[in-house]
Design a protein around this ligand. Structure first.
Ligand SMILES: Cc1cc2nc3c(=O)[nH]c(=O)nc-3n(C[C@H](O)[C@H](O)[C@H](O)COP(=O)(O)OP(=O)(O)OC[C@H]3O[C@@H](n4cnc5c(N)ncnc54)[C@H](O)[C@@H]3O)c2cc1C
Length: 386
């Protein structure tokens, strides 16, 4: 994508990162009349924002961790995003079998009651109980649990959501520069000077009154190495992988299974002929660009699916796998799956100096609200955002 605006003397806002958060912020800021430039080192949605489970969801299991603020915000966003982009967001029903020896039925029922009533559900159908011995959703499953709950969330084409935000930002005047890496950003008084290197090696410079670091898994690296500022918040990189296998069932509902280890795994209809199974959760060290689904993760997902489906899922059935790194705010939680999915906005704005806002965590589902919060933090320093 090329620049949609002539280069002004100084932009109001420069954004590092063309994932869902960077593009969401670009769209919102450009819509308010700010002069915006966004740099993406690769392609839009080239990193975490195309490697998600593709759910616009409240996150049922985050209730177990007491993340009521996040779950409520995410639940409300479901119908807003569905209304905004019904061509890439659609309702999806989930079947949650009650497996004896795992979470008790009363706990599932309580969680789903909260899920239905925390807010924002007007058109999505509510939870209901299923008898898997009679319901078609029971047919592809092994004999075992006869009881299940069916509840609502939404599905999204994650990469297209990002691109559509970038296109809309560009139509509102933002300059969206893909394949352009930010290599340095230096602050002098009330301006940032941002140095970039394009794919052909060309070096460029722009100036901006405020800088947003929405570099996802690279956020800490960009903070320390590129801006020379150490953000107060910490990042925890958690890898999540998915496998794609030939369709395990023919109906259009999805499953949420409880595993022996307490984790949950989704099985979702995918691209007509396939089933998407995910995800894993494990701490990641290394270059986020090099993340791949490892053999032990593939084995874990195959075993998890085979425990529930009649047809065994073997590593040789896997036609594709993909992996991403969740850029989570490090809240000191023990297990990777317990680390908060909520976001933290870290503002570095010493008196009179140009602000730097760094984004930690977040979900595809909450990108729009994250953008609103981000601009609310910047608005006192950037009156054009009001
Ligand atoms: C396995 C998995 C499943 C998930 N499932 C869901 C789900 O179902 N629903 C949901 O709501 N959320 C889900 N998420 C979370 C969601 O995908 C992420 O929170 C979100 O995509 C993060 O977006 P981002 O814009 O912060 O980061 P990214 O999408 O990673 O974008 C950051 C961008 O910054 C760029 N960048 C970095 N450094 C530079 C630089 N120096 N110069 C220029 N560009 C740079 C990178 O190339 C990258 O494109 C999932 C995440 C994972 C990993």
């Amino acid at each position: 994508m090329t620049a949609a605006a002539d280069s002004p003397d100084a932009y109001d806002l420069a954004i590092i990162g063309g994932g869902v958060n960077g593009c969401g912020i670009a769209r919102d800021a450009a819509g308010r009349g700010a002069r915006v430039v966004l740099f993406e080192q690769g392609d839009l949605a080239g990193a975490t924002s195309s490697a998600s489970t593709k759910l616009i969801h409240g996150g049922l299991r985050y209730l177990e961790h007491g993340s009521f603020r996040l779950v409520r915000e995410a639940l409300v966003e479901r119908e807003i995003l569905w209304g905004m982009a019904p061509h890439i967001v659609r309702p999806l029903r989930f079947v949650l079998p009650h497996t004896p020896g795992r979470r008790p039925a009363w706990l599932l029922r309580l969680g789903l009651f909260l899920y239905d009533h925390l807010g924002g559900r007007r058109h999505l159908p509510p939870t209901r109980s299923l008898n898997l011995a009679r319901d078609p959703a029971g047919a592809p499953l092994r004999d075992g649990p006869s009881r299940a709950f069916a509840y609502s969330d939404c599905w999204v084409d994650d990469a297209r959501l990002v691109v559509l935000n970038a296109v809309d930002a560009a139509e509102r005047g933002a300059a969206i520069r893909t394949r352009t890496k930010v290599v340095q950003a230096r602050r002098s008084e009330d301006l940032w000077t941002v140095a970039t290197r394009a794919a052909d090696g060309a070096i460029g410079h722009v100036r901006a009154r405020a800088l947003v670091n929405a570099a996802g898994p690279w956020v800490a690296d960009v903070s320390s190495r590129i801006t020379g500022r150490n953000a107060a918040a910490g990042i925890r990189l958690v890898q999540g992988s998915h496998i794609v296998v030939p369709a395990l069932f023919t109906h259009d509902q999805s499953y949420l299974f409880q595993n022996r280890d307490g984790r949950i795994v989704f099985a979702i209809p995918y691209e007509g002929a396939f089933t998407l199974i995910g995800t894993t959760d494990r701490d990641y060290v290394g270059d986020p660009a090099a993340v791949r689904a490892g053999p032990e993760e593939v084995a874990y997902l195959c075993a998890a699916a085979s425990e529930h489906f009649r047809a065994p899922v073997r590593a040789r059935d896997v036609v594709w796998s993909f992996s991403g790194v969740r850029p989570l705010h490090d809240d000191g939680a023990g297990a990777a799956q317990a680390a908060t999915r909520d976001y933290v906005l870290d503002l570095d704005a010493p008196d009179g100096l140009a602000p730097l806002l760094s984004i930690f965590g977040g979900k595809i589902t909450t990108y729009r609200r994250l953008a609103e919060h981000a601009l609310a933090r910047l608005a006192p320093h950037l009156p054009c955002l009001n």
